[in-house]
Design a protein around this ligand. Structure first.
Ligand code: HAM
Length: 416
């Protein structure tokens, strides 16, 4: 029996991959407008890195990591996300010594042992951004505005931005206690996971999708009411800056995020188009993470988007590539001329197709249709004798006689 791919691990085939390249190209272009540089980080890290950053009581660390011992008995993990790795690199290479403000982006596969379904896979891809060294809300607003700019650039109305603040180590414990007291009399309603997490991570009940947790958390106190003066001021200023530049958002007081490192501003780009997998991108501030990983006391903020989910939102758009020109030929002599013209044109920067073998004109035209070439050129004995051939503009249905020279053809196909 033929061997198939591992469950939850997908091939991205030609036809689909053009969409991915478009997403990646757009991300690079937009991020670079905001001064970001790319960083490439390894897929494998020490397991400890993720336990310490994402948190021991999170779903990712508890049950979703691809961890194993390598042949040297080192405990390693295939990265489930990028933030921890980027911060590890930031600290390890002392990037902060040259400038505490690092503005980085990355793209690549991440691995989580989740139950695969539409929009959720075991190998999935993120495009992520991390900015360090700035406490001011100007950076929160800029990151959110850049993310909205990116989706606007893709021509998508969805997803929409939701924001919240999770406070800081000063005010969040007070909120945790308030929430625990509120939930205490409703413990029976909570799902098994949230009941178990009641002591370690009670906030997760707020965004749990189970009916019991939704019921139990109705009327629960909001983190926003418990923010300390500094966190409250930070959140107000962030909102003020978003308003100033016209970045649209809604406040979602129930957003808690599934990773422990977050502080203050957290956000998600959500859609109703992908069923249960509503978050297309998500992130937030992590002001304690760099120090927690042994680095200097510097704040950070960032997000990651799921490329598969962005691609699903772009499902209706057409991305297939089209060659500039298809050259059909009749006879072996014309084949030589066509082959030389094709190569010269490719060297000049035009995308050109022709058949590899001698075929009937009808079969060549079928192939040209399949490629959906913008122009076709037909070369036979008469054309060789004349030194010119008819160049057809397929969309316009017009035809023009061109010299059989790469320069003349190039000028025509690049003009239209
Ligand atoms: P996250 O919320 O775990 O955050 O993931 C970010 C995005 O990755 C999600 O919104 C979703 O689009 C996509 N994603 C996550 N899991 C899967 C999956 N199994 N299949 C398909 N797509 C998935 C983080 O990873 C943080 N590191 C984001 C961040 C960066 N925060 C600060 N900086």
């Amino acid at each position: 029996m033929a061997i198939t791919a591992v469950k939850g691990f997908n091939d991205i085939l030609p036809g689909e991959v053009e969409k991915w390249q478009y997403i990646e190209r757009t991300a690079r272009r937009i991020f670079e407008l905001y001064g970001l540089s790319e960083i490439r980080i390894p897929i494998l890290e020490k397991t400890e890195l993720f336990c310490r950053s994402i948190g021991d009581a999170t779903d990712i660390v508890e049950k979703e990591m691809y961890s194993f011992e390598d042949k040297g008995e080192n405990k390693v993990t295939m990265r489930p996300e990028g933030t921890a790795s980027v911060m590890r690199a930031f600290i390890e290479h002392k990037l902060y010594a040259a400038d505490p403000i690092a503005r980085l982006y990355y793209m690549g596969p991440m691995f989580r042992y989740e139950r695969p379904q539409k929009g959720r896979y075991r190998q999935f891809h993120q495009i992520g951004v991390e900015l360090t060294g700035v406490t001011a809300p100007t950076v929160d607003a800029q990151v959110l505005t850049m993310l909205s700019h990116f989706f606007a650039e893709l021509g998508l109305d969805e997803p929409s931005l939701q924001i919240n603040s999770l406070g800081c180590p000063e005010c969040r414990p007070r909120y945790r206690e308030a929430l625990k007291s509120f939930l205490f009399s409703r413990l029976e309603l909570l799902c098994e996971d949230c009941k178990r997490r009641y002591e370690t991570n009670p906030l997760r009940a707020l965004d749990c999708k189970s009916a019991g947790c939704i019921e139990a958390t109705k009327g629960a106190p909001s983190m926003l009411e418990y923010l300390c003066a500094d966190c409250d001021d930070h959140f107000s200023k962030t909102k003020g800056l978003l308003d100033l530049v016209g970045t649209r958002y809604a406040i979602n007081e129930r957003m808690v995020r599934g990773l422990d490192y977050y502080t203050r501003t957290t956000f998600e780009m959500v859609t109703t188009m992908l069923g249960a997998q509503s978050a297309v991108a998500a992130g937030g501030r992590y002001d304690g993470l760099i120090a927690e990983l042994g680095g200097p006391k510097l704040p950070g903020i960032g997000f990651a988007m799921g490329v598969e989910r962005v691609a699903l939102l772009l499902a209706e758009k057409e991305f297939a590539r089209r060659p500039d020109l298809f050259i059909a030929f009749m006879g072996e002599e014309a084949q030589g001329t066509a082959y030389k013209l094709m190569t010269d044109l490719q060297r000049k920067g035009a995308s050109v197709e022709m058949d590899y073998e001698v075929k009937s004109l009808k079969s060549q035209m079928r192939r040209s249709d399949k490629f959906n070439a913008r122009y076709t050129l037909i070369i036979g004995g008469d054309e060789l004798a004349r030194g010119t051939a008819p160049l057809k503009n397929m969309a316009a249905g017009t035809q023009e006689e061109v010299a059989l020279s790469a320069e003349a053809i190039y000028e025509q196909v690049k003009k239209g």
